[in-house]
Design a protein around this ligand. Sequence first.
Ligand code: SF4
Ligand code: SF4
Length: 333
Amino acid sequence: MNEQNQELERVIGWHLEITRRCALECPACPRTFDAEKVGPLNIDLKLDLIKRFFAKDKLPLINYIFLNGNLGDPIYHPDFHEIAEHFFAAQHLAISTNGMIKKSFWERVIRTWPENSLLILSIDGLKETNHLYRVNSKWKMIEDLFEVIARTKRKCKIEWKYILFEHNHKDVEKAHELSKKLGIDSFRLQKTRPLNSRMNKNGFLKEFNGTYFDAEKNKKPLKELAPFCKTLDMHYINAEGTYFPCCWWPSHYKDEKQEFWEDTNIANLDLDGAYSHFKKFTQCLNDFDKAPEVCKNFCTKLEENTEELLTPNSQLNRKFLGNSKKEWEIKKD
Ligand code: SF4
Ligand code: SF4
């Protein structure tokens, strides 16, 4: 492998917000609670820009591509299938989605996605509860998706991701059973982010930590960072094409970011250029006291477990790299 390819290979994982579109209005999503601040919500990362930046011959060097994003659901990109199928050439491909789209869309995905791919379905409850957080979702469409999963011979892996709230924790066992019946490969519980009054205007949503997350309690933060970006993991490109070291960066600490990170667009970069841009930034991660606040908030190491971060990057369980956290044990409340 030549020197340039060795450099490229080190940028191991990319997280892409390919669109800001979404049919749902989840209350704790910045797309909902910060709608007036985040700018236009109908923009897409252009297919030709994606294909130029992630040229086909470079894809085998990339460990994984994760289609998700802070402000949209990837399934609503008008060129979704062309984009996803372009990334079949990467080592791994994953998507996180609310699942609310027509059956023929899922038939194409589930029939064609390769064995090194993962669909993460964000379904936070069952018929009576999923729509309480996933506002506007229709259970009939989830049932249609389940029907496609049950009857289609597939190679891709499927995970059911379930955010726990007070209103849906009673459905966990049943949902877990249903996932097994459908042949879904994994079932993962996720703790909701701390809710504030803007995310929860009517006070209806309540976090549920219960016994599921006992292992996380009582861990104290150290004065040390464990930046996952530094291992070149989950670098982020938003729907405008702006490149960031991670998905936390664009939505937090807008005033301070100018000092540490110069915004740059993939229209003006290639993969190598992005890596050089990032290398300059890493200087600010060496001294904890001088590090950006966003990094202290999200990437401070917790005592007693060198792998745990203050806020774990829960958006991709890193099965791909073989160092994933254990799935939460399913216990009775
Ligand atoms: S489905 Fe995802 S992008 Fe859409 S509103 Fe909910 S959290 Fe936001
Ligand atoms: S919060 Fe900072 S240290 Fe953590 S991944 Fe993002 S840029 Fe890196």
